[in-house]
Write a protein that binds this ligand. Sequence first.
Ligand code: NI
Length: 176
Amino acid sequence: MKPMAIREILIHPDSRLKAVANPVTEFDDRLRALADDMLETMYAAPGIGLAAPQVGVLKRLLVMDCVKEEDAPPKPMVLINPAVTWTSEDRSTHEEGCLSIPEQFAEIERPAEVEVAWDDFQGKQEVERFEGLWATCVQHEIDHLNGKLFIDYLKPLRRQMITRKMKKLKRERARA
Ligand code: NI
């Protein structure tokens, strides 16, 4: 198998970030290699979550690790075909950012707790309840699989302002 590699993260606006990703049907070595690359890309960024469309792969796959304590062991998670199966009535607000929208942050309100079901590498279903930062992160990443970004929760004016900044950033990077 090929060694892990850092992949290029797409920057908003990009049509691939607006697309609805396709269910994973092949649980093969290529899928594992993609997940490994995504974890390496996420840790290198650094970030706490990354969805496959952000590296240009329109598959329903996300990786995350929301362990914040410096001395705690990492907890890399790979969720294949994830789906929210329950949300709490309680809501909470977290400041969110996104590796596809660098340097931009906004307070987003979402259900405080969610239950998510997903497939593991054998295609076997896992179910887990997430709270706190994990709940925010998993909802943010599942949104990516449906072509939705955190800025889509903002008022149009604020969203347009951020999009303009990202277009400028992309022009600058293209010239560099
Ligand atoms: Ni994101």
